[in-house]
Ligand binder design. Sequence first.
Ligand code: A3P
Length: 313
Amino acid sequence: RMPGLMPVGDVRIQPSGLVMPKEFVPDIDRIREFEVRPDDVWLISFPKCGTTWSQELIWLIGNDLDYEASNKKLLLSRFPFLEAWSILGDDLKQGENPEDEWFFRADTIEYIKDQPSPRYIKTHLPASLLPEQIWTVKPKIIYVTRNPKDAAVSYYHHHRLWNGYSGIYPLFMQAFLEDKLVYCPFWEHVLSYKTLENNENLLINSYEEMKKDMPSVIQKTAKFLGKTLSEDEITKLAEHLSFKNMKGNGAINGEEVVEQVRQRYKLDSSDPGLCFIRKGEVDSWKEEMTPDIAKQFDVWTAKKTKGTILENK
Ligand code: A3P
């Protein structure tokens, strides 16, 4: 992928219409045939909806609050991203710039296959592209969602950092609304899981709930994962997951890698938008979106959710 350019995809994969870089295509079958284990825990989201936050929450609950282990090992390795390798450009895969150690340089699908159980697996894929065994083996799946205006603003800053995207903000938003960016279309993604909400192996959380009442989300998620936590444990975990703590946690914030990325693209390291754990607010789109773009998002949401279970929600 050329740095600086709009992160639009190359292909649209049916039936979901998922937009992806061309590098992903050869791995579709490998993912479809991926062997699922009953004690896997899957965390699924559209990018920028609170994935990292949820990963730390789920991993700690699943690992009986082992803070020592969580602080020692990068979240990226504890809770790997299934298709991370599949969406990298060939230049990065082949290590054309071997001096850049700023990516997970391993085939993530193979890495996950080799992990001992229980495995914690992150993916941004919509339901139709998950491994087929998901539907028969039925591991626990947690889906996290977020208001698309905040997700889009967060995605814009994400690409300013990770791809050195230097394009114009309204054009990025336009591309989001036109479902041209990688992992779009947003609403189809959310709906592919919302329509499965009655499945007992699926729990849907939201970024907004996590902001508003983290202890309740911890309790609900622990129950779903078959764990019981005391009041004190819940309080301590909520504190561990606070924005301030996560931003300062080296096992999560990716700061070492982020600094390499900033140098690679000669980015301004004093720009507060150019970090991984960035702002962490609900409705912060209000500070960054013009009323005109916000209106376009509302019209788009109404159109995309019309006649679905999310209509007028
Ligand atoms: P912002 O860019 O709006 O700040 P993902 O992990 O899916 O990529 O989501 C990233 C978003 O989650 C970013 O949103 C990031 O700041 C936010 N985030 C990460 N940890 C958080 C926390 N502990 N509290 C609140 N928001 C958090």
